[in-house]
Write a protein that binds this ligand. Structure first.
Ligand code: PSU
Ligand code: MN
Length: 304
């Protein structure tokens, strides 16, 4: 492991003894929810992970170190400090050189998880190909990371702020399996179906672990998307959420938001426009993903 990685004692012990570990990201804390929902979501994610018998490893950059496993105070710090930089793969060396904090995206969290030897990661939604990417070239570094880094990302698909069709095309081109958990449909975050499909459907966490083990044992490096639809009782009405997403997208265009600011801007506007409804749905889908990730991590450990 390189000198920049800092494991918490609990994560170090779990990895050393082969216990299941689940990575969790921190952009969701700094930019994914307003305070205090962000800190509450992160804490409850850790609790759910432990309840399922896995050790949570929330990942962030702290004082320039790649921290794997955060204390409660560190989670609070990321959730309350204004303007924590959003850290994707390209930002990690800059933050390390400056010795400052950063909230890691899916891409950066995957990269750091792989450095630490953590292979399963739970989040809400992945980044993807933005609508209008043929003009803007705005394609999330999350997709490139999925192409190269051997970590499975359990998510509720992606938000339809993105072009989900192009996102799936990109994943196909780069050889990233999209595995549906009890679904044939690629989920669209707040809603269970996007109108697009997954590559394969699995009914049990153990079968997903078997597919992951096979991929990596064959030497096929790179990640996988495990798509877990939001629990039906927490799904939002598609017309309601589509209207809000359309408004948020129009505002971003009008204000000329671009680059790394696009996703945080859209996430914040969706929460503001939909009030508590999207916040509750978002939390519930994250916790559901953490549960599944913990089961996959445990099953992977049993196979090895
Ligand atoms: N999508 C969400 N919630 C999130 C993100 C995306 O529904 O919190 C965050 C994740 O950290 C993701 C990042 O990795 O935004 C993608 O940003 P970009 O589109 O700039 O790559
Ligand atoms: Mn982008």
């Amino acid at each position: 492991m390189n000198e920049y990685v800092r494991l918490s004692p609990e994560v170090a012990e779990a990895l050393a003894s082969g216990e299941p570990v689940v990575a969790l990201e921190s952009t969701i804390i700094a930019h994914g929810f307003p305070y205090p929902a962000n800190v509450q979501c992160a804490r409850e994610s850790e609790r759910v992970c432990r309840e399922e018998g896995a050790v949570p490893a929330t990942i962030a950059v702290l004082g320039g170190r790649l921290a794997v496993g955060l204390s409660d105070d560190e989670i609070e710090r990321l959730g309350t400090t204004p303007d924590v930089p959003k850290a994707s793969r390209r930002d990690l060396p800059v933050l390390a050189a400056r010795g400052i904090d950063g909230a890691t995206t899916v891409a950066a969290t995957m990269a750091i998880a792989a450095m630490a030897g953590v292979r399963v990661f739970a989040t809400g939604g992945i980044g993807g190909v933005h609508r209008g990417a043929e003009r803007t070239f705005d394609i999330s570094a999350d997709l490139e990371e999925l192409a190269r880094t051997s970590v499975a990302v359990v998510c509720a698909g992606a938000k339809s702020v993105l072009d989900l069709g192009l996102t799936l095309e990109y994943l196909e081109t780069h050889g990233v399996p999209v595995l549906g958990y009890r679904t044939d449909a690629f989920p669209a975050f707040y809603v269970r179906e996007s109108g697009l499909g997954v590559d394969a459907r699995f009914e049990r966490a153990e079968e997903i672990a078997e597919a992951l083990r096979a991929k990596w044992a064959m030497g096929l490096d790179g990640g996988a998307v495990v798509a877990n639809p939001i629990p039906a009782e927490h799904a939002l009405d598609p017309a309601f959420i589509d209207g809000i997403i359309a408004t948020a997208l129009a505002e971003a265009e009008e204000r000329g938001v671009h680059g790394k600011d696009v996703t945080p801007f859209l996430l914040a506007r969706i929460h503001e426009l939909s009030g508590g409804a999207s916040e509750e749905a978002n939390k519930q889908l994250v916790w559901s993903n953490v549960r599944l990730a913990a089961r996959i991590a445990a099953a992977l450990g049993d196979i090895d």
